[in-house]
Design a protein around this ligand. Structure first.
Ligand code: NAD
Length: 489
């Protein structure tokens, strides 16, 4: 079956291109999918434009759009096991994680279903009883939604659900590395009754497919999640047509542990913060900043537990962590580890591929901990997006906060302490879009997610995640117009 979805039809790539999608556990080819060209991308934009300007979608009320989102949520739950399996095969993450992703995606569709019709705009007092003045929300128009490979379905839902709730039409382009769960989600939208052309799917490389969407004058908004370098390119390109741009970029997220923290919980969370999904998480706690007096005991415990993490096939229930997404990505992680060594970071554990012959065919890398790190090191400052933890020390609260903010990024950070007043101070001073206190990792559909500084522009999730996809229009109605006689008095 063809995999591009344009104007309500599943079609093959115009140029006949195909791409192998492989399983990072053993690098076998799972499926061949259509590889679009710029021509397909523009056909998808034209379909979205037509649906927005002339289609029945324009007349769908917010309540009707909400019903559709709820149907999609139900279908996601109906097919939960199958979708989770697809996500695991494509990304390497464990089946448990993939199942949680499907549940989270379902919750996002339900949340935006509830929000779609919750706010019908507002009445404004114009200071004249004859005037009716109101603010209404309208969709932005045709949106390009471009997503990465680490949470393929989740990242797509954070864009698709609010964009549909707000009444936009769109072209979705998932990462070329992991397109399979997104294809499945689009087929569920079709089954739920989405009108033709409202959501179009193109698959393929960032250039030319993603770039064609960003360059198109018919696209009015680009929402992108991915790396910083790509974000910069997209922002520059979008300037030509003055598109709205929403960017969710990377992170280098501090996890600050004070000596008075609950030791067992802090060690446990420090481990999942960085090693979940092999560290391929934008908000991964890759930068452990630990108080001097706690350091030795904390790091010893952490390293011991990191060595016992069971790597393997995500489909095997005994597996605790899967592989990296691709051999190319592992090469990037290895280069970072080499840089850390060269800069003098002390390797406590990991720093190599696993020796287990069963894992040899996959893109595995051992959970790695570097101690005695300095803030100037590349491995401390640049996003590795792999299972690499760096450890720095501090002796005073101010120093901890300063280290936590010493990054170009500002996505997420955490502080661990039993002192409530200190927790408040640290939460207030950390310059990151999400701050966890005595926790690491949770996000909620109803709470904004996004970055300070170079972690991005705008917010996903929460009411702001819907606002990204809305224009505000002021309608000013004079119910009793009389000649003004401004001129010719
Ligand atoms: P990437 O930037 O390489 O690619 C992301 C997407 O952009 C892909 O679909 C790709 O095909 C497309 N793309 C590439 N070049 C393009 C161009 N010139 N024009 C238009 N589209 C283009 O990122 P990746 O390697 O897939 O994902 C990893 C990155 O994503 C990490 O840096 C990670 O931190 C970030 N990320 C951020 C968040 C967040 O919420 N902030 C979430 C997940 C991932």
């Amino acid at each position: 079956m063809p995999n591009l979805f344009i104007g309500g039809e599943w079609v093959s790539a115009a140029g006949g291109g195909l791409r192998d999608v492989s399983n990072p556990y053993d690098q076998t080819v799972i499926e061949k999918v259509d590889e679009a060209s710029a021509e397909d991308a523009l056909a998808a934009v034209a379909a979205a434009r037509e649906a927005f300007d002339r289609g029945e979608w324009r007349d769908w009320t917010a309540l009707r759009r909400a019903d559709l989102l709820r149907r999609v949520a139900d279908l996601l739950q109906r097919d939960r096991a199958e979708i989770a399996r697809i996500e695991t095969l494509d990304t390497g993450k464990t089946l448990t994680e993939s199942g949680i992703d499907v549940d989270d995606v379902t919750a996002v569709f339900r949340y935006y279903a509830d929000l779609a019709a919750a706010d019908a705009g507002r009445q404004v007092d114009a200071g004249d009883p004859a005037v009716r003045s109101r603010i209404v929300h309208e969709p932005v128009g045709v949106c390009a939604l471009i997503t990465p490979w680490n949470y393929p379905l989740l990242q797509a839902s954070w864009k698709v659900a609010p964009a549909l709730a707000a009444g936009n039409t769109m072209v979705l382009k998932p990462s070329e590395v992991t397109p399979l769960s997104t294809i499945r989600m689009v087929s569920l939208l079709e089954e739920a009754g989405l009108p033709a052309g409202v959501l179009n799917l193109v698959l393929g490389a960032g250039v030319p497919v993603g770039a064609a969407l960003v360059d198109s004058p018919d696209v009015e908004l680009v929402s992108f999640t991915g790396g910083l370098a790509t974000g910069r390119t997209i922002m520059r390109a979008a300037a030509d047509t003055v598109k709205k741009v929403a960017l969710e970029l990377g992170g280098k997220n501090p996890n600050i542990v004070f000596a008075d923290a609950s030791f067992d919980a802090a060690v446990d969370y420090a481990l999942t913060a960085v090693f979940l999904h092999a560290g391929q998480v934008c908000s991964a706690g890759t930068r452990l900043i630990v108080e001097d007096s706690l350091h030795d005991r904390f790091v010893a415990d952490l390293a011991g537990r990191a060595e016992r993490i069971r790597l393997g096939n995500g489909l095997d229930p005994a597996t605790e962590s899967g592989p990296l997404v691709s051999a190319e990505h592992r090469a990037k992680v290895e280069e970072h580890v080499a840089a850390g060594r060269a800069e003098g970071a002390v390797l406590l554990t990991g720093g190599a591929r696993p020796s287990d012959p069963e894992l040899r065919g996959g893109c595995f890398y051992l959970p790695t901990i570097f101690d005695d790190c300095e803030r100037s090191m590349r491995v401390v400052q640049e996003e590795t997006f792999g299972p690499i933890l760096t450890v720095e020390r501090f002796s005073a609260e101010d120093e901890a906060v300063e280290l936590g903010n010493d990054t170009d990024y500002g996505l997420a950070g955490a502080g661990w302490t039993s002192d409530r007043a200190r927790a408040e101070r640290v939460a207030g001073r950390l310059r990151h879009g999400t701050v966890w206190i005595n926790d690491f990792g949770p996000y909620l559909p109803q709470a904004e997610w996004g970055g300070f500084k170079r972690s991005g522009i705008g917010r996903e999730l929460g009411p702001s995640g819907l606002a990204e996809y809305r224009e505000a229009k002021h309608i000013y109605e004079n119910t009793d117009p009389r000649p003004q006689r401004w001129f010719g008095r």
